[in-house]
Design a binder for this molecule. Structure first.
Ligand SMILES: NC(=O)c1ccc[n+]([C@@H]2O[C@H](COP(=O)([O-])OP(=O)(O)OC[C@H]3O[C@@H](n4cnc5c(N)ncnc54)[C@H](OP(=O)(O)O)[C@@H]3O)[C@@H](O)[C@H]2O)c1
Length: 238
């Protein structure tokens, strides 16, 4: 078991890849805390995981909520952030509220969480941020998504130096079949996934478990820090 007796905190772990990582971490012997922004999603995730995790709710973009959560959590071994509230739209059409939600979930959140958690992370532990393919392969409508992901990768590299020997890494997913695509009508989504299945070098769209395995790899490999693991089916080449 690769996480036996270790404590893993996944902010964003009530859905998608974070949820898949919670399942994998449990299989690997960890005790797990998952957090989402809504009490409902936290309660449902707790039930889906058979009551084997501590499921909490907080807004990762609000420092006081993050600090209060880590005061309750105490010591841990691995912090992972997957939280995201993103809006895909042309730059001229993005509302300030939408941009604030993106910054809150994918920049301020990792900033608050990492600086609060770092002193509580035991020796040999790690911090892992989830970024995304748009950081280096942006498309129309992804300007701020690209900015927050690229910014987070720079932040992680700097933290890996500043917080050493605590290891800090990013996992950069390509398109993965998660609840995060729920904003798209089902028919459009399936057409999009079908197109990618034909064009991606891996000839498949990612599943949450693929990314959970990628995160576990950087969390547990004691020689990996300051790096970005791209798990995207070859999306950076297609
Ligand atoms: N899916 C993809 O194809 C894809 C591609 C590239 C990158 N990524 C990145 O990979 C990560 C995981 O994506 P996913 O698709 O697995 O996500 P997801 O299924 O949409 O889940 C997002 C999680 O974040 C939580 N969350 C959102 N805003 C939050 C906030 N302010 N405070 C606390 N929790 C918050 C959600 O909880 P609530 O539901 O309660 O809000 C949920 O647990 C994200 O960072 C995403 O940007 C995803």
């Amino acid at each position: 078991m690769r996480l036996k007796d270790q404590r893993v905190v996944i902010l964003g772990g009530t859905s998608g890849m974070g949820f898949a990582l919670a399942e994998l971490a449990l299989e690997e012997g960890a005790s797990v805390v998952v957090a989402g922004s809504s009490p409902d999603s936290a309660a449902k995730a707790g039930e889906r995981l058979g009551g084997r995790v501590e499921a909490i709710h907080l807004d990762i973009g609000k420092e006081a909520e993050v600090v209060a959560a880590f005061e309750r959590i105490g010591s841990l071994d691995h912090l992972v952030t997957t939280a995201a509230k993103l809006t895909y739209a042309p730059v001229g059409e993005l509302s300030v509220e939408a941009v604030e939600a993106m910054l809150g979930s994918k920049f301020w959140g990792p900033f608050f969480a990492s600086r609060t958690a770092a002193p509580r992370i035991r020796q040999g532990g790690s911090i892992t941020f989830f970024t995304g393919l748009a950081s280096d392969r942006p498309g129309p409508g992804t300007s701020v998504v690209s900015a927050v992901n690229a910014g987070l990768e720079g932040f992680a590299r700097a933290l890996a130096v500043e917080l050493a020997p605590l290891r800090v890494n990013c996992v950069n997913p390509g398109v993965v079949r998660t609840e995060g695509w729920g904003f798209m009508p089902e028919a459009d989504r399936e057409k999009f996934f079908d197109g990618l299945t034909k064009s991606l070098p891996a000839r498949r769209v990612g599943e949450p478990r693929d990314l959970a395995e990628a995160a576990l790899a950087v969390m547990t490999n004691r020689y990996v820090t300051g790096t970005v693991l791209h798990a995207n089916g070859g999306g950076h080449l297609a």
